[in-house]
Design a protein around this ligand. Structure first.
Ligand code: FAD
Length: 448
């Protein structure tokens, strides 16, 4: 019987769902799957993107873990595609590969002053508070006033993590260095800016509502943003999500403010114009007031406003990284593909597939990566005629190759060891988990 030896690069939700769907699909051949992951632990942005105070979403890890625990998928963690293993290597050992490497970088925001000290990308900050091993351990939380640019859920996560009192994060899995950093923050005011109106935000209602529940934080909104145009009124009448957002924001507008020690300001119709600096550091943010253009968009009004801030975070989207040996669409930050089949120009690259955020760009929730994976896996399974013919299809050859290169790879059993260790660290202080951050420590615990 034919056997499909399938490599999947990237053990985030997209890669794990692809593996699961491929195993469960009806097919006339055997299948064995190896999952390669750059980090010593699997789960991608579910572990290193989803905010620590979203335990329900973090709980998706249990479902992903069940897939890995079944024992029919091998995990090689701490293996970087492009450094530790190449496309040529994969062709020698597998029939096909799916790339599901996601997006970890910040999309650029091209305005004057964006490179000043104190101006950060949301992705960097998220990686820090979620204990990603490849970012510095300390984060400069020295600002009293902070601007967050963006009107999507990542902007909300960043604003919430900045303004929330650290004691209220204590039940979560945040690592010790993050706890210390947040405790030292002198923040009093966080300002969130969106180019369009309150009825055009990309927040989901659940995430928005959560802001209003923060202890000792006043929600500050401005009446001028709530003079709805026709497009906004139609959106409220026809879209349930928008209707809920309208309700939530208007409830906050009725609240009494002035007693809380921290404030979260929501500014709409605010187009970023410049990050203001002095001696190379952020000292303020200038924006242009916009207005509805009658066609669902906005136009500038020529009126500029400023707020003093000492730090600025741009949450204007994520961006994928190019992969060695593969074409890359640098405008969109994705691997060019047709329904998950990687394209070199107009030609399909035989045996090379992609799924998840690196396939379709950094939009959508974890659940979307499942339907995405289904499409890609369908093409993998149906393209038998184009599969590679590997020289070394035997399963033992891959760990031998990695070991011969001195790669300290981790496995599913290694993840269990790290997981148990983190749970024990948490239990000792009455918390569910405390994450281990340094890569060497994660690897050592996993390989012990
Ligand atoms: C800040 C933030 C908060 C979010 N919150 C939520 C939420 O609350 N709810 C929700 O449903 N969705 C949320 N999402 C969206 C969700 O995280 C994504 O939809 C999902 O993680 C995308 O899955 P993926 O597998 O494509 O990418 P990723 O999750 O990024 O996984 C990609 C994996 O590939 C690995 N990799 C990358 N390069 C290499 C390489 N060269 N070699 C080997 N491995 C490599 C990475 O280490 C990573 O583990 C959030 C996203 C962000 C950024």
């Amino acid at each position: 019987m034919t056997k499909l030896r399938l490599a999947i690069v990237g053990a985030g939700p997209a890669g794990i769902y692809a593996a699961d769907l491929a195993i469960k699909a009806e097919k006339a051949f055997d299948l064995s799957i190896d999952l390669f992951e750059r980090l010593p632990a699997p789960y991608g942005l579910v572990r290193y993107g989803v905010a620590p105070d979203h335990p329900r979403i973090k709980g998706i890890i249990s479902a992903l873990r069940d897939v890995l625990d079944r024992g029919d998928i091998r995990l090689f963690g701490n293996v970087d595609y492009g450094t530790d293993i190449t496309l040529e290597d994969l062709k020698k050992h597998y029939n096909a590969v799916i790339f599901s490497t996601g997006s970890i970088l910040d999309a650029p925001l091209v305005i004057p002053g964006i490179d000043l000290e104190g101006s950060y990308g949301a992705a960097e900050f998220v990686s820090w508070f979620d204990g990603h091993p490849d970012v510095p351990r300390t984060w400069p939380l020295e600002a009293q006033g902070i601007a967050v640019i963006g009107n999507g859920n990542v902007a909300l996560d960043v604003a919430r993590m900045l303004v929330k009192h650290p004691e209220d994060l204590m039940p979560t899995e945040i690592p010790a260095n993050v706890e210390e950093g947040l405790k030292s923050s002198p923040v009093t005011d966080v300002h969130v800016f969106g180019r369009r109106g309150p009825m055009q935000v990309k927040f989901t209602p659940l995430e928005l509502r959560e802001l209003g529940e923060l202890r000792d934080v006043d929600m500050i909104l401005h009446d001028e943003d709530f003079e709805y145009d026709e497009a906004s009124k139609t959106a409220i009448a026809t879209n349930k999500q928008v209707m809920v957002i309208d309700k939530v924001l208007n409830q906050w507008r009725q609240r009494e403010t002035g007693k809380a020690s921290r404030r979260l300001h929501l500014h709409f119709y605010a187009r970023p114009h410049e990050v203001l600096g002095e001696d190379g550091r952020v000292v303020g943010f200038r924006w242009e007031r916009t207005e509805p253009d009658g066609e669902g968009g906005v136009r500038g009004t020529g009126e500029f406003r400023e707020v003093p801030v000492q730090a600025l975070y741009r949450a204007v989207g994520y961006y994928g990284s190019p992969l060695e040996g593969l074409p890359f669409d640098s405008a969109r930050g994705v691997v060019p593909n047709r329904e998950g089949q990687v394209l070199d120009g107009d030609e399909i690259m035989p045996g090379v597939f992609t799924t998840g955020w690196i396939k379709r760009g950094p939009v959508g929730l974890i659940g979307h990566t499942k339907s995405d994976a289904m499409e890609t896996v369908g093409h993998v399974l149906r393209s038998q005629a184009d599969w590679w013919t590997p020289e070394h299809p035997d399963e033992a050859s891959v760990p031998a190759l990695l070991a011969s290169r001195g790669v300290q790879f981790t496995t599913v059993d290694g993840w269990h060891a790290l997981d148990a260790h983190e749970l024990a660290l948490g239990e000792a202080v009455g918390r569910t988990r405390i994450k281990v951050v340094p890569r060497e420590e994660m690897t050592a615990i996993s390989r012990a």
